[in-house]
Design a protein around this ligand. Structure first.
Ligand code: NAD
Length: 493
């Protein structure tokens, strides 16, 4: 039996205590079967830790803890108790920001500069969520003198949350903060490749006595067993999922059997449109942030670039030069590294497969296209030109630092091309013409439109998809709808 906490030394030389158990009832515990799985660093391919895996019986323990916490008081916790708790979590994340950013880079492979951004946004989301605590309420509905009618907004109960590996801390935050502020309790499953940062935040919550036992329970494990047990558990009232579209469909189908509410944040193949009248430097930075931020492992990555014919040659040459010479790929812990390692060997192989497919389909490689000749899962920033719109590399989500570039002539043409996708998570518009931006923003079918920027998140701005990119919204006021149900009360007088 391995201990429930192990010392881990970070690349900056500091050592911290990493929990490895399941966080249930404010304690780190062993699962019944005491099985572990290995977590490796994608940048070195070396082992970081073994963490404990939850099976059906452990999912049930976590659900019972969450149910008890819900019924035992959290379902109608005083608003200011929630404000204080979520504010405290935000403070703790900020106090431990450097450690958390290092854990995130170590576990996910992303660059430290990207990880620091994730940590800052996580703290903001907790702090902003805390502010909703005393502002959630129903309405009085004026239905005449014979009745008094009003609504209440009530929590759902125990929520199951299943998160991916590309933003382990941020996805934990996006799920947990709104669920708690709306008086729900949670059982969250981390991704099997990136469990460390969420467990570390649970340790901070435990040590500082932030929440009553059972309000938040975090378990580790794989989709087929642990994730599946969440989708099947009859006590869980809602499942919130972020990950691939295929898994999202499977989860929704599973949840139908017990009629759980479901919100999904899924994949994308988002267009980023560069018009002739764009500021070329701004457009270049948007294109770079769109695809190389977080090593391209971003659901809303701007992975289809559309460049207008008047600037096509000049822009594409600049972009290829930047990708080849200015995007620093490699050791995530070097301050100027933009693009770290891909998260896993599986993911690396998937991306390399798409690069080969692109070449086989007849697209022209303008930059990158290969793995770095060193240990770790690194891929050179890759650009494909001469693509045809029906190629698989234009249609399918690659989830890596690979972008396709297409030329267009008119606004109508590019709106049609941009919208020709089953997905609809995000889109970018790069132009100095404000009328055109507003018009095109209205016509694009996507949940987020970035104008003269890209992958630019804010804790007050809702995020989520149209079409096959999902349902429900994260952040902002909209996310509260994911975790509340309306009760109407009509009283005869
Ligand atoms: P995934 O969708 O399979 O996994 C995401 C989460 O769901 C993980 O926690 C996983 O354990 C869990 N899961 C998997 N199968 C499940 C099931 N049947 N029931 C319940 N939970 C289940 O994603 P992945 O395998 O990690 O990556 C595959 C692809 O998904 C990637 O290549 C990428 O294209 C895409 N992806 C998208 C996002 C996004 O934010 N949109 C995030 C991660 C991955």
């Amino acid at each position: 039996t391995l201990p429930l906490s192990i010392p881990v030394t970070l690349p900056n030389g500091t050592t911290y205590d990493q929990p490895t158990g399941l966080f249930i009832n404010n304690e780190f515990v062993y699962p019944k079967q005491r099985k572990t799985f290995e977590v490796i660093s994608p940048a070195t391919e070396e082992e970081i830790a073994h963490v404990y895996e939850a099976r059906e019986e452990d999912v049930d323990s976590a659900v019972q803890a969450a149910k008890k916490a819900f019924e035992g008081g959290w379902s109608d916790a005083d608003p200011l108790v929630k404000t204080r708790a979520l504010t405290k979590i935000a403070d703790l994340i900020e106090e431990h920001a450097e450690t958390l950013a290092h854990i995130e880079s170590l576990d996910n492979g992303k660059s430290l500069q990207n990880a620091r951004g994730d940590v800052a946004l996580s703290a903001n989301v907790f702090r902003s969520s805390a502010g909703w605590a005393d502002k959630i309420g129903g309405k009085v509905i004026e239905t005449g003198n014979t009745h008094f009618s009003y609504t209440r907004r009530e929590p759902l109960g125990v929520c199951g949350q299943i998160i991916p590996w590309n933003f382990p801390l941020l996805m934990f935050t996006w799920k947990v903060a709104p669920a708690l502020v709306t008086n729900n309790t949670v059982v969250l499953k981390t991704s099997e490749t990136t469990p460390l940062s969420a467990l570390y935040v649970c340790k901070l919550i435990q040590e500082n006595n932030v929440l009553p036992p059972g309000v938040i329970n975090v378990i580790n494990g794989f989709g087929k067993i642990t994730g599946n047990a969440i989708t099947e558990h009859p006590t869980i009232k809602k499942v919130a999922f972020t990950g691939s579209t295929a898994t999202g469909k499977a989860i929704m189908a599973k949840c139908a059997a017990t009629l759980k509410k479901v919100t999904l944040e899924l994949g994308g193949k988002s267009p980023n449109i560069i018009f002739d009248d764009a500021n070329l430097e701004t457009a270049l930075q948007s294109a770079v942030a769109g695809i190389y931020y977080n090593s391209g492992e971003v659901c809303c990555a701007g992975s289809r670039l559309y460049v207008q014919e008047g600037i096509y040659d000049e822009f594409v040459a600049k972009f290829a030069d930047y990708a080849q010479n200015k995007v620093k790929v490699g050791n995530p812990f070097e301050e100027d590294t933009l693009q770290g390692a891909q998260n896993s060997l599986n993911q690396l192989d998937k991306i390399l497969h798409y690069i080969k497919l692109g070449q086989d389909e007849g697209a022209t490689l303008l930059a990158g296209g290969e793995r770095l000749p060193q240990k770790g899962f690194f891929i050179k920033p890759t650009i494909f030109g001469d693509v045809k719109e029906d190629m698989k590399i234009v249609k399918e989500e690659i989830f890596g630092p690979v972008i396709t570039v297409s030329k267009f002539k008119t606004v109508d043409e590019v709106v049609r091309l941009a919208n020709d996708s089953e997905y609809g998570l995000a889109a970018g518009i790069q132009s100095e013409d404000v009328n055109k931006c507003v018009d095109v923003a209205r016509r694009l079918k996507a949940g987020t439109i970035w104008v003269n920027t890209y992958n630019d998140f804010h804790h007050m701005v809702p995020f989520g998809g149209f079409g096959a990119s999902g349902m429900g919204r994260e952040m902002g006021e909209d996310v509260l709808n994911n975790y509340l149900q309306t009760k109407a009360v009509r009283t005869a007088i």
